[in-house]
Design a protein around this ligand. Structure first.
Ligand SMILES: Cc1cc2nc3c(=O)[nH]c(=O)nc-3n(C[C@H](O)[C@H](O)[C@H](O)COP(=O)(O)OP(=O)(O)OC[C@H]3O[C@@H](n4cnc5c(N)ncnc54)[C@H](O)[C@@H]3O)c2cc1C
Length: 457
């Protein structure tokens, strides 16, 4: 029977941790970090190392790693979380190249810290394979790879259909690409290991403590106030739940399923011995990994958005989303048609109105933030953590000059327009994907219109 929710399969495998004590009464610290996902934890990690005298509190509503950081697809990759064109419009080409260099560096930096802190997170750095299985997808892939190379990613290369299938045998492959700047991780193992490392450094993590409102100098909870001259918001897809921030970032759902461990004869048909992360070029794209214990974990959009910016209940996922993901799995790998789905879950990621991630600290209020990673946060959170460290310490560094620093955009539309907009966009993407699977050679104009209207690209 498929387990639905329970946060994620990654915790079913690694074990749901015992919750740390909650805040009990008001406290004074130097830095308060709201949210114990990768963003909050990386920030605490680097900040405490840079200045061990700082009193840092991480305040987390459930447990560290409860959010997307413990539920994601495990793609640790150097892709920029946002549109290069938009960052270049405001900061120029060189600034975007600098951002890309730092993003690629994040992959190795996360691997370095994991090794240094003895965190075994099933990491394999074998890069990312993108696969095209319709003519329109293949055209988009060629444009995408040419764009990557134009932006300095010269080691991102096209693969022929045979080369792609010799790595991962996806049915009906017409071509693919490979980028070396990516690694597979087990997210819950990484985020739990990181939270322990942060605690060892002397940071206090208060769990089971929800921040209701953030004001300059204070974060308010039911259990007491955290007074601090610097308060950093690291709540990503949950940000809408904090007073006054409902329309800042849209909580977009992403859902995943994981198979039972696959028998050897199925793996011999699929290949995938390199454990690259795998994605496709559909408009409503999927992402997948081969897990350390021989399963396929695959994710996609499912029901993209819940009315009123609501989030899920501990990862529980609609049955139609589970069916849709299973259909994608079998379409990609027909030999999985009889395998059991062991677990399904969902999570939320934060999407700003311009689909570009942002990090910043306003020294006049002491309020900082990082997020809006639009589903690219596993590596970007590490850059956010190091950037927030420099901003808090008032250091002018290469990181604080990157084009995503201090970026602010307008809010999302009020309901029902927000809901209608996202529903329309994903209906357009699904229709376009259906047309393309039916043999359409070019990208469907409705998908292009959806991109333009949403501002996604
Ligand atoms: C299903 C799924 C698959 C994904 N796959 C990938 C992938 O393969 N690669 C990739 O790069 N990205 C992926 N992402 C995105 C990536 O996981 C996120 O961008 C990243 O984990 C964000 O980290 P974070 O710390 O900013 O947010 P989160 O991990 O969501 O952490 C925010 C934390 O804040 C806490 N919190 C929220 N509100 C409050 C409050 N009011 N008070 C106190 N605490 C609060 C939450 O409980 C949570 O623990 C995926 C996301 C999802 C949902």
């Amino acid at each position: 029977m498929t387990i639905n929710g329970n946060v994620s399969f990654w915790y079913a495998e690694a074990g749901v941790p015992k919750q740390r004590p909650a805040l009990s009464g008001s406290i004074d610290v130097d830095v308060c970090i709201v949210g114990g996902g990768f963003t909050g934890l990386w920030t605490a990690y680097y900040l405490k190392q840079a200045d061990p005298t700082l009193r840092i509190a991480v305040v987390e509503q459930r447990f560290a790693g409860y959010g997307a950081s413990g539920r994601n697809g495990g793609w640790l990759f150097g892709g920029i979380a946002g549109s290069r064109r938009r960052y270049a419009n405001t900061h120029g080409r060189q600034a975007v190249l600098d951002l890309q260099r730092e993003m690629n560096g994040c992959v190795d930096e996360v691997i370095r810290v994991a090794a240094h802190e003895s965190i075994d997170a099933d990491i394999v750095k074998a890069g990312t394979v993108e696969v095209a299985y319709t003519p329109a997808q293949l055209k988009r892939l060629q444009v995408y790879v040419a764009g990557e190379q134009e932006w300095g990613e010269t080691d991102h290369e096209m693969l022929s259909a045979d080369e792609t299938m010799s790595r991962i045998n996806v049915a009906n492959t017409l071509g693919g690409s490979h980028s070396p700047n990516g690694a597979r991780i087990q997210p819950a193992k990484l985020v739990r290991g990181l939270s322990d490392a942060v605690e060892r450094l002397g940071v206090t993590i208060y769990e089971g403590t929800s921040v209701e409102e953030i004001r300059p100098g204070v974060a308010l909870t039911q259990q007491g106030s955290v007074r601090a001259p610097i308060i950093l918001r690291a709540t990503e897809g949950f940000t809408a739940g904090i007073k006054g921030l409902r329309r800042l970032w849209l909580p977009m759902n992403s859902s995943m399923i994981v198979t039972e461990p696959l028998p050897a004869d199925v793996w011999s048909q699929i290949g995938w011995s390199g454990c690259e992360t795998l994605g496709d070029l559909a408009h409503a794209y999927c992402y997948a990994q081969r897990t350390a214990d021989g399963r396929i974990a695959i994710g996609g959009r499912g029901v993209p958005y819940r009315y009123g910016s609501q989030t899920d209940n501990d990862g529980s996922t609609q049955p139609e989303t589970v069916d849709a993901l299973r259909e994608i799995l079998v379409r990609l790998f027909p030999s999985t048609k009889d395998v059991a789905i062991d677990h399904a879950w969902s999570g939320v990621l934060g999407v700003p109105r311009d689909w570009c991630s942002t990090v910043g600290l306003d020294h006049s209020t002491g309020l900082g933030w990082a997020g809006g990673y639009v589903g690219h946060g596993v590596a970007t959170t590490n850059l956010a953590g190091r950037t927030l460290r420099d901003l808090v310490l008032r250091q002018d560094t290469e990181l604080t000059r990157l084009p995503w620093v201090g970026r602010r955009v307008r809010k999302w539309e009020p309901e029902p327009f927000r809901w209608l907009g996202v529903q329309t966009m994903y209906a357009a993407y699904r229709a376009a994907d259906n047309q393309e699977r039916g043999g359409r050679q070019e990208t469907s104009p409705i998908a292009t219109v959806a991109d333009k209207v949403s501002g996604r690209y």
